[in-house]
Design a protein around this ligand. Structure first.
Ligand SMILES: [Zn+2]
Ligand SMILES: [Zn+2]
Ligand SMILES: [Zn+2]
Ligand SMILES: [Zn+2]
Ligand SMILES: [Zn+2]
Length: 335
């Protein structure tokens, strides 16, 4: 029995970064602290490590599947296609048809050295906005490229403004988490704290869709309104909330695929009982828009109500803002 085993270690111990966070084999970075990870042949499985990156390889490889370096060695590297040499499993065939097997998540074929693409849709909750590989919502760093997995580093100005606006509006942080992701902007009621913002506005080759950061503030604040409501869903059961906003359970399809609606900072004249035309689409949108105006106008009801007066808005609109205002105050324990 080896010394290692006597110390009570099992052959496949839970893998952890030095920061203590769990990691998976062959991740490049710790998703918690973003440290670079290195997967050496510590247990002497293959007896070979890449000369360039130090990761475990097989003598039979011609290329390092991790860093794609040429590691061909006469008499060792296999001329024939490789299935699964000792220490490795065959997960798929090389994307380029060289006939060799590749193991997830190799980034290069160990025989021909060409790059491999993995479908990670079922393995992760989302995609990294920097490298498009799989990441989970909780991850701070991308396990593949090591960049900010949330994408928040790409919209720092908008997020700083939003945080500041929430603060001056005296809305307590409900641990929301903004993530830049492909698809559409929105909040899944099953994960009320996760606020996804369509990354197309910020990253990508075609920047035609790019929107100014001030509009991003409107979009994020609107989506935060949905998150806030889902997080405090029991509030929608109260009589006062229902009288003001109506039946929020009413069926509807999410319509948040356009930021255009959220750029207006002024109250619309029509419709009379809603803060914007978008708000009239559904009680949940009504709330999200009310929340957006409440926050972007810094919770200053006096200013808002003065504008309502000029625009002859209906009494019920004042009540919506009062309901929200009182709830925000109650959350802070002022009532
Ligand atoms: Zn770590
Ligand atoms: Zn290497
Ligand atoms: Zn290949
Ligand atoms: Zn990445
Ligand atoms: Zn919405």
């Amino acid at each position: 029995m080896s010394a290692r085993k006597r110390r009570g270690q099992v052959p496949h111990p839970e893998l952890r970064c030095v920061c203590g966070h769990r990691v998976r084999r062959y991740w490049n970075h710790c998703p918690n602290c973003s440290r670079s990870l290195q997967w050496r042949d510590g247990d002497n499985v293959t007896g070979a490590e890449c000369y360039y990156c130090g990761w475990m390889v097989s003598d039979k490889f011609s290329f390092c599947p991790w860093c794609a370096s040429d590691i061909y060695e006469e008499g060792y590297s296999s001329a024939k296609p490789l299935k699964a040499p000792k220490g490795f499993r065959m997960g798929a065939r090389c994307d380029w048809g060289c006939g060799s097997g590749v193991q997830y998540p190799m980034s290069a074929c160990p025989r021909c050295g060409r790059p491999q693409v993995w479908n990670e849709e079922d393995l992760f909750e989302g995609e990294c906005p920097h490298c498009n590989r799989g990441v989970d919502d909780w991850m701070n760093a991308c396990p593949w490229c090591g960049n900010d997995a949330t994408g928040r580093d790409l919209i720092p100005r908008a997020l700083t403004r939003v945080r500041r606006l929430l603060l001056v509006s005296r809305i307590r942080d409900w641990s929301y988490r903004v993530l830049l992701r492909p698809g559409i902007s929105g909040v899944d009621p099953r994960y009320p704290k996760i606020v996804e913002i369509e990354q197309r506005y910020v990253v990508g080759k075609q920047r035609q869709d790019e929107i100014p950061w001030t509009m991003l503030v409107g979009l994020i604040t609107h989506e935060l309104g949905h998150s806030f409501l889902y997080h405090h869903w029991e509030w929608t059961r109260t009589r006062r909330f229902r009288r003001a906003f109506g039946e929020v359970d009413k069926a509807y399809r999410g319509m948040d695929n356009s930021w255009v609606y959220f750029q207006r900072r002024r109250i619309a004249i029509a419709p009379r009982d809603h803060v914007s035309t978008y708000a009239a689409k559904h009680p949940q949108e009504d709330f999200a828009e009310t929340f957006r105006f409440y926050v972007t106008r810094r919770g200053r009801l006096r200013d808002l109500f003065a504008e309502f007066g000029q625009k002859r808005k209906g009494v019920s609109l004042y009540e919506k803002f009062l309901v929200l205002h009182d709830f925000v105050r109650a959350l802070r324990g002022w009532n």
